[in-house]
Design a protein around this ligand. Structure first.
Ligand SMILES: [Fe+2]
Length: 348
């Protein structure tokens, strides 16, 4: 199977044999972050998120270089970084550890708003909502997601606490899945480049359609770009004016999902506390398995999340502006509802 895949596309075995995407927080990097993310920074960014720009201007060189290494992996490498050992979660107070994550993330890319409330720092927790409610985003539940992309160049997660059972992170390479699809059924693979309607799940500006229409796959030069969330494509049917999936589109998406779900295609990882994961949304899809949570609310699975716009990332087709607000490299992506509200809250 491996010979079918181009150099940028990987299957699980490729990812597991070349582990250059696995990095570590060294004591010297952690010291630099601790010294930079002072109590002043913690107070300022909670009060006024745009003050992050000011602090980024005084970032230690070694953190800038580490962030650049991660960004290069995202844009030109495996599209993925797992950075282990963020021990600030246990060595300093939670506010400093969380703001340290935000500030370091801002060196990798520009933080973007993740929901209609303007949250720049997301809290991925099960708040007891159901994914079949069309106004709910699936990260707010404990249910199995499905392979999807987030609406931003890259997503970063910091695991504060894993679930006692389940909650594995799965990642898959879009180009690898596409190339396998071409081998299986070239006619269906072509359908992946047709626009399909996707539900905005209620998070949009008053003058925007509640759904947008975009192909799941587009070529950006010689790079394949994927934007995909199957549940939101299905729930777009709740709008009378949204174009319907025809049977061939549905078969194409079914085959794409089947390939992504092949254990030879995707790579699983179980987060430990202090793991940071960075995923490039244009080249990879991600998923999370269902989990059973702790009975004590204070011990529940908790991930912090950033959505980042990456300087130096690929050009995107103009159609991405429907979802990304703009296609300007380094200043695009996230959820906009027509205001410029941005907040950083340290509690879910
Ligand atoms: Fe996601």
């Amino acid at each position: 199977m491996a010979e079918l895949i181009s150099s940028r596309a990987w299957l699980r075995a490729d990812l597991e044999s070349d582990v250059s995407w696995q990095l570590e927080w060294t004591p010297s990097l952690l010291d630099a972050l601790k010294t930079w993310a002072t109590a002043d920074m913690v107070a300022a960014v909670q009060n006024e998120p745009t003050s992050l720009n000011y602090f980024v201007g005084s970032a230690p060189e070694k953190l800038i270089e580490f962030a650049q290494e991660i960004r290069t992996n995202l844009i030109d490498g495996a599209g993925l970084c797992l950075v282990k050992g963020y021990s600030l979660l246990t060595s300093v107070n939670f506010a400093q550890a969380a703001v340290g994550f935000v500030a370091f993330g801002a060196l990798v890319g520009m933080p973007r708003r993740q929901n209609a409330a303007g949250h720049l720092l997301g809290h991925v927790v099960d708040v007891g909502l159901r994914a079949d409610d069309p106004t709910v985003r699936i990260y707010q539940t404990n249910q199995r997601q499905s392979f999807h992309t987030d609406s931003t160049d890259a997503v970063a997660l910091l695991c504060v606490r894993p679930a006692p059972r389940g909650g594995l992170s799965l990642v898959a390479n879009a180009e690898a899945a596409y190339r396998l699809m071409v081998q299986r059924d070239p006619a269906l693979a072509k359908r992946m480049f047709d626009p399909v309607a996707t539900d905005r799940r209620g998070e949009h500006a008053p003058d925007q359609n509640p759904w947008f229409e975009i192909p799941v796959l587009t070529w950006s030069g010689d790079r394949l770009t994927c934007i995909y969330q199957r549940q939101y494509i299905e729930s777009a049917a709740r709008f009378d004016d949204a174009p319907r999936l025809d049977p061939e589109h549905r078969s194409a998406l079914d085959l794409f999902d089947e390939i992504l779900n092949d254990p030879l295609v995707h790579a699983p990882m179980q987060f430990e506390s202090g793991d940071m994961q960075f995923v490039h949304n244009h080249s990879l899809l991600h998923d999370r398995t269902a989990f059973e949570d702790h009975a004590d609310p204070g011990l529940r699975r908790h991930l912090l999340r950033l959505w980042l716009s990456l300087p130096g990332d690929r050009e995107l087709a103009p159609s991405f502006a429907q979802r990304y607000g703009s296609v300007t490299v380094g200043d695009r992506g996230g959820i906009s509802v027509g205001d410029d509200l941005a907040t950083i809250s340290l509690v879910p």
